[in-house]
Design a protein around this ligand. Structure first.
Ligand code: SAM
Ligand code: DTB
Ligand code: SF4
Length: 333
């Protein structure tokens, strides 16, 4: 290793850096560093903060599918796109808990329940609260992603025992309106503030491969790292192109560029869980292995994400064996 070529993340050079905030310039310099330097740095940070051979397993369940009034350009569940997906009503509480029991048996420690809503309606909140309490009673961590929340809703979820709320900023502030027009980047930040104020843990990340520039990906990470507190969990999704959506034909992102984003997320948010989220079905095992080396330490398990395909549990188990990776236990060990 040649010291002069290593990305310099130590000495703060700007006022912002001195305050521990990330500037775009500092993040871009790291992003553009030689690949080996970036990966060495990311893996070093990863080892300093976590067991590099442990990966957390989360399981997703779509508790209300499709018919969403929002127009997110990537999403199979938006009523604005003709994706052929059948919309459903909110699932019964008992069915949700029965599915969580199965997920727990299969080794998942966190159960993430997603609804295709702009925001939850008052009439749905009782059922949502019962789902959280029921899954929590199984000894699993609970996560929900229900769209925008007001302060009261966030507090109600917290009181019900919810651990995490997932709400992604998805891309840079600049690129946001190219992808979504029915709500704003500021709306997303507003919900994240309510979630934080309620004392919930934040799961917030985004999607890469939507035709954005590398600078947009970097800006997205700068926004995340500079939140009053960085999210505990940072999902990095690779776009799953869905027929019928405006992004069906988006040019796929280069695998090595994807690894750079994982590595940068790891360096910029050293204590957070970086989740290798949607898009693993399109990745080679070698690419996933590089992502784990770069600092990804959580995945979604199970054949289906919310509506799209994911590698099977047996494939994931086989990959973990080959890499000597073990699933994280419920206590984080
Ligand atoms: N309606 C809620 C919301 O928008 O917050 C929750 C569900 S939404 C499906 C959760 C996240 O999944 C999105 O913010 C996006 O980052 C990710 N996602 C959705 N469709 C995707 C796709 N086709 N490829 C990759 N990620 C996707
Ligand atoms: C996140 O960032 N990725 C997950 C979770 N949060 C809710 C969802 C991925 C969805 C992929 C597309 C689908 O299954 O429809
Ligand atoms: Fe609705 Fe969420 Fe899909 Fe956007 S990402 S269309 S808000 S389900």
């Amino acid at each position: 290793m040649i010291a002069a070529q290593m990305p310099d993340t130590s000495a703060p050079k700007t006022v912002d850096a001195a305050r521990g905030r990330w500037t775009r310039e500092r993040a871009l310099t790291l992003h553009d560093a030689p690949f080996n330097d970036l990966l060495f740095e990311a893996h070093t940070v990863h080892r300093q903060n976590a067991d590099p051979n442990r990966v957390q397993l989360s399981r997703l369940l779509s508790i209300k599918t499709g018919g969403c009034p929002e127009d997110c350009g990537y999403c199979s569940q938006s009523a604005h796109h003709d994706t052929g997906l059948k919309a459903t009503r909110l699932m019964e509480v008992e069915r949700v808990i029965a599915a969580a029991v199965e997920a727990k048996k299969a080794g998942a420690t966190r159960y993430c329940m997603g609804a295709a809503w702009r925001s939850p309606k008052a009439r749905d909140m009782d059922a949502i609260v019962d789902m959280v309490a029921g899954v929590k009673a199984l000894g699993m961590e609970t996560c929900m992603t229900l769209g925008m929340l007001d302060g009261e809703q966030a507090l109600r979820l917290k009181k019900a025992g919810l651990d995490y709320y997932n709400h992604n900023i998805d891309t840079s502030e600049q690129y946001y309106s190219e992808i979504i027009t029915t709500h704003t980047f500021a709306d997303r930040l507003n919900t994240l503030a309510h979630v934080r104020e309620a004392g919930l843990k934040v799961c917030c990340g985004g999607i890469v491969g939507m035709g954005e520039a590398a600078a947009d990906r970097v800006d997205m990470l700068v926004t995340l790292a500079n939140l009053p507190e960085p999210p505990e969990s940072v999902p990095i999704n690779m776009l799953i192109p869905i027929d019928g959506t405006p992004l069906a034909g988006a040019k796929s992102i280069d695998g090595l560029e994807f690894v750079r984003i994982i590595a940068l997320a790891r360096i910029m948010m050293p204590k957070s869980c970086v989740r290798l989220s949607a898009g693993r079905s399109a990745m080679t095992e070698e690419l996933q292995a590089l992502c784990f080396f770069a600092g990804a330490n959580s995945i979604f398990v199970g054949d289906t994400l919310l509506t799209a395909d994911n590698p099977s549990e047996s494939e994931d188990l086989a990959l973990f064996r080959r890499l000597g990776i073990e699933a994280m236990q419920p206590n984080g060990a």
